[in-house]
Write a protein that binds this ligand. Structure first.
Ligand code: NDP
Length: 480
């Protein structure tokens, strides 16, 4: 097995697992070979993870923030030093092309650790004068935070959650998706090497059952989930039982609007990035592409011509631009949605065929707003083209969705760009580009796409609680 870790979980600074727990093969999506065998966490292991995290949080939370920051920045350096090996591991686990993982996964995780390491020491409270008396506020950690990840960006998701949580003095127990259990373990190793006390960042493996046990444990102070809306509903409800803090990074069905004055070649590039990167398995993808009627056909022609250049193949080959779907289950879901699109009358311009684990990048035209492919998240390489005539119409149609994760637009008209962006119901918007998510920019969804924000200073608000301290400088009066 090419990627077998020493054991399945990382608890209190060491690898461990119970040999009698059920095991699951971890597959390389490209050829179906077993790259590791991972055991599900038992109740005792979940308990051990909480015990370790509670104890470690006391030490970690009491450290000077600048020291915590130093540990996180060292971890960022280690991630960057090991980027090649981590990228290969991520490609083996997810099937994403190595040319993507080399720049977008551990690298983005390192950015998060560096950013939050850098600002850890700036997490100050306020001093509020009240005449002679005064109030000051302390930004205190929440305690033990649970992170639960999806399978599309495993190490990035682990870092986007761990970095702000740890910077603020929390400990974390992270459960990766059972499809992609490996790279979070490497992050746990690296944090120890960088100087984090054992137990500050723990990884436990397993399916939804393990996630549910983590979220409902009384020692869990907060949960941050990246996943689908149905899972989000369950996790949010479980967290509500204990009035726990939540961050929910859920699905999307985002619009990309191309106005008549857009640079067509750039807009086509954005549509490609917004639909086919990671074989379309990206939450913020702009899968509803609205193109002004006057340039619709020219846009469609260039898009189809450029999609023909996609190279499907071995994800470890640096020339490959489209890898397999993460699993047979995901491939079958995508193919079922493609069939639905065809049966509802959308015109297939290219792609959509499947060979083995691959789905060829596809473009549907003539899509109408009521079709399933226009409403439901597909999470595969399926782009839907719509035609529109005026600004008001397209804004209303773009917003006519239960989701609100992201949106993009292309125009050379500055005032229109900002006017339209202000009306779009989405957590992240792009003007004349798509899908760039630097750590400096808050990221998260509106409506069913989620609650809270990851990245940027905004993330720290979701990993701290404010304590107000009233300081009396005089005598205390009482009525009797
Ligand atoms: P799922 O919702 O199926 O799973 C997400 C995680 O939740 C997995 O680790 C899963 O475990 C776990 N889980 C499942 N049930 C429960 C439960 N009852 N309690 C606690 N945890 C549970 O999502 P996918 O992994 O299929 O990822 C795809 C989805 O993620 C898409 O909808 C996509 O849009 C969204 N996503 C959102 C992002 C964002 O930032 N907004 C970014 C990336 C993806 P397991 O699968 O191992 O059983």
């Amino acid at each position: 097995m090419r990627a077998q870790p020493p054991a399945s979980h990382f608890i209190d600074g060491t690898y461990r697992h119970d040999d009698t727990a059920p095991a699951r093969p971890d597959l390389y999506p490209y050829d179906g070979s077993v790259i590791a065998e991972i055991r599900e966490a038992t109740e005792a292991e979940i308990d051990a993870a909480f015990e370790a995290a509670v104890a470690a949080q006391k030490i970690w939370g009491a450290m000077a923030p600048v020291e915590r920051g130093r540990v996180l920045r060292r971890a960022a350096d280690l991630l960057r030093e090991r980027n090649a090996a981590l990228s290969e591991l991520e490609t083996l686990d997810t099937g994403k092309p190595i040319q993507e993982t080399l720049v977008a996964d551990a690298a983005s995780g390192a950015d998060a650790l560096e950013f939050f390491g850098g600002i850890a020491a700036t997490l100050n409270g306020e001093m509020i004068p009240l005449g002679e008396d005064w109030v000051y506020t302390r930004r205190e950690p929440l305690g033990v935070c649970v992170g639960i990840g999806a399978w599309n960006y495993p190490i990035q998701i682990a870092c986007w959650k761990a970095a702000p949580a740890l910077a603020a003095g929390n400990a974390m127990i992270f459960k990766p998706s059972e499809e992609t259990p490996l790279s979070a373990l490497k992050l746990a190793e690296i944090l120890i090497e960088a100087g984090a006390p054992p137990g500050v960042f723990n990884v436990v493996q397993g399916a939804g059952r393990v996630g549910a046990a983590l979220v409902s444990d009384p020692r869990c102070a907060k949960v941050s989930l990246t996943g689908s809306v149905p899972t989000g509903r369950k996790v949010y409800a479980a967290a509500a039982e204990g009035i726990r803090h939540v961050t929910m990074e859920l699905g999307g069905k985002s619009p990309l609007i191309v106005f008549e004055d857009a640079d067509i070649e750039n807009a086509v590039s954005a549509a490609i990035n917004a639909n086919f990167y990671s074989s379309g398995q990206i939450c913020s993808n702009g899968t509803r592409v609205y193109v002004h009627k006057s340039i619709h056909d020219a846009f469609a022609e260039r898009l189809v011509a450029r999609v023909a250049n996609a190279r499907l193949g071995d994800p470890l080959d640096p020339e490959t631009t489209i890898g397999p779907m993460v699993s047979e289950t995901q491939r079958d879901k995508v193919l079922a949605m493609i069939e639905k699109g065809k049966s509802e009358g959308a015109a297939l311009l290219c792609g959509g065929t499947s060979e083995g684990p691959f789905v060829a990048p596809m473009v549907f035209a003539g899509v109408t707003d009521g079709m399933s492919i226009a409403r439901d998240e597909i999470f595969g390489p399926v782009l839907s083209l719509f035609s529109f005539e005026d600004e008001d119409e397209v804004v209303n149609r773009a917003n006519n969705t239960d989701f609100g994760l992201a949106a993009g637009l292309f125009t050379r008209d500055l005032t229109r760009a900002h006017r339209v962006v202000a009306r779009l119901q989405a957590g992240t918007c792009w003007i004349n580009t798509y899908n760039l998510t630097p750590v400096e920019s808050p990221f998260g969804g509106n409506k069913l796409s989620g609650v809270g924000r990851e990245n940027a200073r905004a993330a720290l608000d979701h990993y701290t609680q404010t304590k107000s301290v009233y300081v009396c400088m005089g005598d205390t009066e009482a009525p009797f």
